[in-house]
Ligand binder design. Structure first.
Ligand code: FAD
Length: 273
């Protein structure tokens, strides 16, 4: 079994905090290499990310990687955040561009994640292990698929140590992406992002926005089970576990699970592995 990591989002209410705590308590039994905490573009969940990072470190003893998105942020603000994370003992950061929230006019001091990676190296030297995002099915705003591969390489050239992919359900897209960027001279580990399926209709809506394709056969099988929640859960776990197995057998260096702060769907996949 390769190294695994879990992604959480920062809770905003007491109910969400309790839910996160329960999920982390269950998932940490799988001994993740590290866990990561997402960041809202434009600083909207800034304080929550910071607070959640501290909680997961102190209360659960986990190695935590904050996500840091540069959209809407200034060099001074991001430099300050890097110092805070360094002081609190973080050694890994997931560096992203983020998306501009509607209504926000200024993109800030950075246009692309590669510029953020360069700034982190300039500001904090080699203190942080920097992860960046990768898109085996192409980022939805890319000029085209080949330009997207070259822009991915820009992040590596700027100093990224590793990458985590957007989730996908087609293993060939991942293998092809790794092959293509290897041909461009990239040699950092590219860890597949895995989305355990907890709520299928929600996942379908979300996948439209972020450009992740759900194969027709999965949609059809899910639909065939209708309201039979237990059958849907079984199929979901089987499908995702099978994907993980193919990825591991094909040489994926790790698995990063998008937990959505719930343990059940992720645990069901891990149990099958
Ligand atoms: P970039 O690498 O900057 O790429 C963005 C787009 O710009 C791509 O289409 C790329 O091809 C293009 N591009 C890059 N450089 C250039 C250039 N020089 N000229 C022209 N075009 C260029 N979002 C959050 O807000 N918070 C999070 O915590 C978060 N976590 C994530 C974790 C993972 C593992 C992943 C895969 C995504 C995450 N996201 C998060 C979403 C991410 O912020 C969005 O997908 C965003 O739209 C792109 O971010 P990026 O870092 O990939 O950007």
């Amino acid at each position: 079994m390769p190294a695994i990591s879990f992604e959480f989002f920062p809770p905003k209410t007491e109910e969400q905090r309790v839910q996160l705590d329960a999920a982390v308590s269950r998932l940490k039994k799988s001994e993740p290499d590290y866990v990561s905490v997402t960041f809202g573009a434009g600083g909207s969940t800034l304080s929550y990310t910071d607070k959640t990072v501290k909680q997961l470190r102190q209360e659960h003893g986990l190695s935590v990687a904050p996500h840091l998105s540069c959209m809407g942020g200034t060099r001074a603000e991001i430099g300050e955040l890097l110092d805070t994370y360094k002081a609190s003992g973080c050694r890994r950061i997931v560096a992203l561009r983020g998306d501009l929230p509607s209504g926000m006019a200024t993109p800030g001091d950075f246009r692309y994640a590669a510029e953020l990676v360069g700034f982190i190296r300039e500001h904090s030297g080699d203190h942080f292990h920097i992860e960046v995002a990768a898109y085996p099915e192409t980022h939805p705003q890319a000029e085209n698929a080949l330009a997207d591969l070259r822009h991915f390489r820009d992040k590596v050239d700027a100093g990224a140590d590793g990458a985590i992919t957007q989730y996908f359900f087609n293993a060939d897209a991942y293998f092809r992406f790794v092959e293509d960027v290897t041909r461009l001279g990239v040699s950092i580990p590219i860890v597949p992002g895995i989305m355990p399926i907890a709520n299928f209709s929600q996942l379908r809506r979300f996948s439209e926005q972020c450009g992740a394709e759900i194969p027709r056969w999965i949609v059809k099988r899910m639909q065939a089970h209708g309201d039979d929640a237990a059958a849907v859960r079984e199929l979901a776990a089987d499908v995702v576990a099978e994907l993980c197995r193919r990825l591991i057998d094909g040489g994926a260096p790790g698995l990063h699970f998008y937990t959505i702060n719930r343990a059940r769907a992720t645990t069901a996949v891990l149990d099958r592995l």
